[in-house]
Design a protein around this ligand. Sequence first.
Ligand code: URA
Ligand code: CA
Length: 435
Amino acid sequence: MNPCDVIMKKRLGQELNREEIHAFVRGACDGSFADYQLSAMLMAICIRGMSDRETVELTMEMADSGERLDLGEIDGPTVDKHSTGGVGDTTTLIVAPLCAACGAKVAKMSGRGLGFTGGTLDKLESIPGVRVDLSARAFIDQVNAIGLAVIGQTGELAPADKKLYALRDVTATVDSLPLVTSSILSKKIAAGCQSVVLDVKAGSGAIMPTLEKSVELAETMVRIGRGTGRRFSALVTDMDQPLGLYVGNALEVREAIEVLSGRAGGALLDVSLQLGAQMLRSCRLADSADEAMAMLRAALEDGRGLAKLADMIEAQGGERRVAYEPDRLPQAEGRIDIAAEKSGYVHAIVTSDIGYAAQALGAGREKADDVIDPAAGIIMKKRLGEFVEKGEAWCELHVGARADVAAAKKRLAGALTLSDEPMAQAKPLVYRAID
Ligand code: URA
Ligand code: CA
């Protein structure tokens, strides 16, 4: 099949048939579509869109572009979650242990930080000794033994997505409904869990530009998910500010430990509980949101959730006492307060700028081979709606030798909008649940 013909057909807004979609996905893997042809095709899809039938076929072709993990040997209901990417968004490290404590088998493959968003693998690797490169065998055995494992992709799961995602990142074609949907669902299908809860972010730190688009993405993923033989459900959650107060790898592990220890709460805990409730319902361990919430709260309060995190740290090569003594996590030498230039109520936060500032300090990568400073990051001192005095610190930078403090400060300079008027009302944390 001539790549040019397929590109032209989509360029004209026509529906591609199965063979054409297959040729495109195979072309991403074997080079029979050159990078410029793949890029042109991505742009055509981005502008012309795809029907549900095309999106389902694209998803399944991508899921079948590599290996598929068979989790049939796991004894019990397997469940996974996936976030479209956030800042200070360490829900996985809270909700995976809590759900495991409630009887779910949490077999999760996570990613690394991308752009301004954090990645669970980088967070886990900030814990001394912890490894995320388990084999499929070790992954399944660990889930059977302790109820959870969070690792990087084994082998070649959805290699077409890897190729296409890298091109999308540099061709302004990330925020397309069929492309995001097929990217996320194909990886989740290849990773093998029976049920998957999607956390679709909305706000100034989300991949989709508006709440309406985020809701549309969540609805599209759940609708397309129906055609794939797995149970997909979604929550649309707020990313108009970092979810937790800590942004950075070891910092976010610390905040997860504080939450699981009952010493911290707030939005991070609330969203984690709502995601967890959806996960327990999705894998049929609870019949209602209230029942699920009660199960999760019990596991939080009696310390079973924290013990599960300790079990996972130990199983993956770290020391379990880190979960009880978070001072053992790497800590930055330097602390720099960022002071407000005037007084006012915080009306808006550019979440992506907080993420980029943390990246400049070393918490994330600008290029794929950059080395992360596990201790680097930012502690937020103010949330939306709160009052900040002129000269008062609204956040604190945690800096090591490699930090580009000037770049971080530049990002933060415009990240806050202050107003003399109090904010009308707090925004919801969860805008929509779709199942
Ligand atoms: N996360 C993914 O894995 N893929 C996308 O397309 C967007 C977010
Ligand atoms: Ca029940």
